[in-house]
Design a protein around this ligand. Structure first.
Ligand SMILES: Cc1cc2nc3c(=O)[nH]c(=O)nc-3n(C[C@H](O)[C@H](O)[C@H](O)COP(=O)(O)OP(=O)(O)OC[C@H]3O[C@@H](n4cnc5c(N)ncnc54)[C@H](O)[C@@H]3O)c2cc1C
Length: 288
């Protein structure tokens, strides 16, 4: 491997990406170094993005958050509270403190694993991915950016620069199932977001399909229940039967496989439980 490229700003990073198509971008290195250590990849160079200031921060533009690709999970945990709480909760479940201090939102998105914890809350929020190359910039919804397990629409000369996330208009939850409480890749995960202004419910399932999927029938079902009961205006308790049905519809939307982390049957069962739980947490918060 030849010398590492270390651009200091975005223009230099994009120029380096165009000039060295064989160079592999690296942010925190927490996914990439595993690939290199196991000899799964042997890039001719590394394009080190850690010095690119434009990627490192986040800002609020009106009703949207513009989160730089280089923002770490640790920062999402502290900074997204109240703004994009589902994303903050998900970031808190990533790896260990060391991994959260190094690993970035851009790396999670670029890896495009169905088990990437930042992805369900971002899909449930309707987030858009901003990409740039030396010849221009574009933005695509995350749901279209992800095309399969570890596959996405990013071109070889592009970098992810930021992710645009609508500011939360209601409670958001994320929960994941794994064999222990920390340092686990999700067996399955679920984000549920309530929008009290638009009176909508959004879901996104992780690690139980080739990519992140929404449970649209579950969303429509519970929106119908809430509307029928006038519950957005007069938020009373939700009937247990509605929570159970919501969980069943979440599980039905998954397309899980049997693998080393869990069977398809277990994933479906766990998603039904996560559906019930995360919706009831959100609803309790909305009522409070
Ligand atoms: C011990 C351990 C535990 C982990 N636990 C979890 C977990 O619980 N949940 C979870 O979701 N993940 C987990 N991960 C995976 C990893 O930490 C995350 O996916 C993290 O967000 C990756 O970010 P990074 O900055 O380290 O990416 P890197 O390793 O630097 O890069 C990952 C990929 O993204 C590309 N890339 C990075 N930045 C950009 C950019 N701006 N534009 C274009 N391409 C880019 C790289 O070329 C590479 O292909 C774990 C990893 C380890 C080693």
């Amino acid at each position: 491997m030849q010398a590492t490229l270390q651009p200091r700003d975005l223009a230099d990073a994009l120029a380096a990406r165009a000039a060295h198509p064989g160079a592999l971008p690296m942010a925190g290195g927490t996914d990439l170094m595993v690939e290199l250590n196991f000899d799964r990849r042997r890039p001719e160079r590394i394009l080190d993005l850690t010095r690119v200031a434009e990627l490192a921060g986040w800002d609020r533009e009106g009703d949207e958050l513009v989160i730089g690709a280089g923002v770490t999970h640790a920062r999402l945990v502290t900074d997204m509270r109240g703004l994009a709480p589902g994303l903050g909760i998900a970031a808190r479940t990533v790896g260990s403190p060391q991994i959260r201090n190094r690993g970035t939102i851009g790396g999670n998105i670029a890896t495009s694993s169905p088990a990437g914890d930042a992805l369900p809350p971002l899909v449930a929020s309707g987030a858009r991915i901003e990409m740039a190359s030396a010849s221009g910039a574009r933005s695509v919804p995350l749901s279209e950016f992800l095309t399969g397990p570890k596959r996405n629409v990013m071109a070889p000369d592009e970098l992810i620069t930021a992710v645009r996330v609508p500011v939360a208009q209601g409670p958001q939850q994320f929960a994941k199932v794994g064999p222990r409480n920390a340092m686990v890749i999700a067996v399955c995960s679920l984000s549920v977001h309530l929008d009290a202004v638009e009176q909508t419910v959004r879901t996104a399932i992780g690690s139980a399909a080739p990519t992140i999927v929404r449970a649209t029938e579950a969303e429509e079902f519970i929106e119908g229940v809430l509307e029928e009961r006038g519950a957005w205006e007069r938020p009373g308790p939700l009937p247990a039967s509605a929570l159970t049905r919501f969980g069943e519809l979440v599980a039905a939307a998954a397309r899980p496989i049997d693998d080393v982390r869990g069977s398809a049957g277990y994933r479906r069962h766990a998603l039904a439980v996560l559906g019930r739980r995360t919706l009831s947490w959100c609803w309790q918060e909305h009522r409070a």
